[in-house]
Design a protein around this ligand. Structure first.
Ligand SMILES: *[C@@H]1O[C@H](CO)[C@@H](O)[C@H](O)[C@H]1NC(C)=O
Ligand SMILES: *[C@@H]1O[C@H](CO)[C@@H](O)[C@H](O)[C@H]1NC(C)=O
Ligand SMILES: *[C@@H]1O[C@H](CO)[C@@H](O)[C@H](O)[C@H]1NC(C)=O
Ligand SMILES: *[C@@H]1O[C@H](CO)[C@@H](O)[C@H](O)[C@H]1NC(C)=O
Ligand SMILES: *[C@@H]1O[C@H](CO)[C@@H](O)[C@H](O)[C@H]1NC(C)=O
Ligand SMILES: *[C@@H]1O[C@H](CO)[C@@H](O)[C@H](O)[C@H]1NC(C)=O
Length: 417
């Protein structure tokens, strides 16, 4: 449509004036109506999302109504989250589609929008920087003084490489978003919450039949065979007393990761070794969480205190509760002979379910709306202290290999899994 529809028709005068004012009246009315509709629509959306939140109890407290965060008008200003995308390939462990995807999370407080437009750095309420992508990246010159720069990290201090280069970021971050409980936005690989009857809790009968039907004992699926945690040594020792079936690059058995066949094979086992590749505070990865929906009992070996993370002991067998791999093996063998006790473990475990790591982004959105949040910033040292250190194993007889090892050498290993 042309901006000047009457320019050439030559009629001019009052006719044209009437047409034009009619046009403006319509535009004006449309603007007023859409403003009104927008206001109430927004409230409706917030309420609707809030209702849904009862389905994710235990994650965000349902008594925290969005109202308590809003101002007198009851409307929350949109918050912009800028996802600082270093390059296309460095986009691991985040919402892959910035943009409307925030709404898909069904957060109780959901007035946040994503962008990856770096030009918005002066207005963004939060800018997310991913630790493993920051190598050689120069901090932006501009920032919104009221906005938060957030360091996002999911690697243990044994493998985080940024700390070598973090000096140019000294004092620039306001918040941390990591798997440690001490971070500003707690962002673990997943969380476990009570299953409020919305997914099946095993009956006694069913758990017993599953237990009796299993034909295999201990499985381990792994691709990184030389780790800082020396889990391979632990497994070697354990295998002397109870057979461990090793799948993947470090063993004789094959099973394609994340395939249907693989999870079918796995569900025939009683136990799964969810051993972390490195040991440090609060560091628990998908190796453990992937077992939550399965009728298999994970055996964990990590640097984490699970009760500190709100993970009940019913969900796993912790190697730390055993003096040695031999003691653990004896316990597992006893359970193997005792279907009643093993079935009881399965039943206890089925009372819990997973909450996706994505939900920590709801916490971020909520926090951005909280007027009580103080301003703060982190020095490089404070960030290092918060993540804690890389802990050498203390449950092996010959663990001298980690001591006296230069720090650089530790950082240079880049194992995943
Ligand atoms: C929600 O918060 C209230 C008060 O702050 C507390 O009493 C209650 O236990 C919390 N509920 C959950 C599920 O965290
Ligand atoms: C409160 O709402 C009004 C109207 O939408 C807005 O102008 C103001 O910025 C809001 N204040 C805050 C703190 O969100
Ligand atoms: C993307 O960034 C990462 C981290 O800085 C770097 O290692 C990688 O080589 C980059 N990839 C490309 C294609 O530039
Ligand atoms: C028992 O195991 C067999 C073969 O692994 C499977 O087909 C069957 O569904 C299992 N039965 C139960 C009750 O889990
Ligand atoms: C583990 O965490 C719980 C809960 O925070 C605490 O009471 C307990 O002392 C911790 N255990 C160890 C060994 O630190
Ligand atoms: C964030 O950190 C910067 C740099 O230290 C600081 O200037 C700013 O006041 C902080 N902002 C908030 C909201 O904490």
């Amino acid at each position: 449509m042309s901006l000047h529809p009457n320019r050439q028709d030559g009629t001019g005068g009052s006719k044209r004036w009437i047409k034009l004012s009619f046009f403006y009246v319509i535009i004006f009315t449309a603007v007023i109506i859409s403003l009104l509709v927008y206001k109430s629509w927004d409230e409706v959306v917030i309420l609707a999302k809030h209702k849904q939140s009862s389905a994710m109890k235990g994650f965000l407290n349902a008594t925290d109504t969005p109202k308590s965060l809003s101002n007198n008008t009851g409307i929350l200003q949109p918050k912009m989250i800028l996802y600082w995308r270093v390059n296309k390939s460095c986009a691991y462990f985040t919402l892959t589609k910035p943009g409307p995807s925030f709404k898909d999370l069904n957060c109780p407080v959901n007035n946040c929008v994503w962008t990856d437009d770096k030009a918005k750095v002066k207005e963004a309420d939060a800018v997310l920087f991913f630790d493993h992508c920051l190598k050689d990246v120069i901090p932006p010159q501009d920032r919104n003084p009221q906005g938060r720069w957030v360091l996002v990290n999911h690697e243990s201090p044994c493998h985080v490489n940024t700390f070598k280069v973090l000096s140019q970021w000294d004092g620039l971050f306001n918040w941390t978003m990591t798997y440690t409980k001490d971070s500003d936005i707690y962002s673990p690989y997943a969380q476990v919450i009570r299953n409020d009857g919305d997914s099946p809790v095993l009956s006694r009968e069913r758990s017993l039949s599953i237990a009796r039907n299993k034909s295999s004992l201990v499985a381990w699926m792994v691709s990184n065979c030389r780790t800082l945690s020396k889990r391979e040594k632990y497994v070697e020792e354990l295998d002397k007393y109870i057979p461990v079936d090793v799948y993947g690059r470090c063993g004789p058995l094959a099973c394609e990761r994340r395939s249907k066949r693989c999870s079918k094979i796995l569900s025939d086992y009683k136990f799964y070794l969810a051993f972390e590749n490195s040991l440090s505070k609060d560091y628990v990865t998908e190796k453990f969480f992937n077992m939550i929906p399965m009728n298999v009992i994970p055996i964990t070996r990590s640097g984490a205190n699970f009760s500190r993370l709100g993970i009940p002991s019913a969900l796993h067998i912790d190697t730390r509760d055993f003096k040695s791999p031999k003691d653990l093996a004896e316990y597992l063998k006893r359970l193997d002979q005792d279907d009643e006790s093993y079935a009881a473990l399965l039943r206890a475990k089925s009372n819990y379910k997973l909450l996706s790591w994505k939900h920590s982004y709801c916490d971020l959105c909520k926090k951005l709306n909280d007027p009580k949040e103080q301003s703060k910033s982190y020095s490089t040292l404070e960030i290092k202290e918060q993540l804690g250190s890389c802990v050498p194993p203390n449950d092996l007889q010959h663990h001298h290999f980690l001591q006296n090892r230069p720090e650089d050498e530790i950082y240079m290993e880049v194992p995943h899994n």
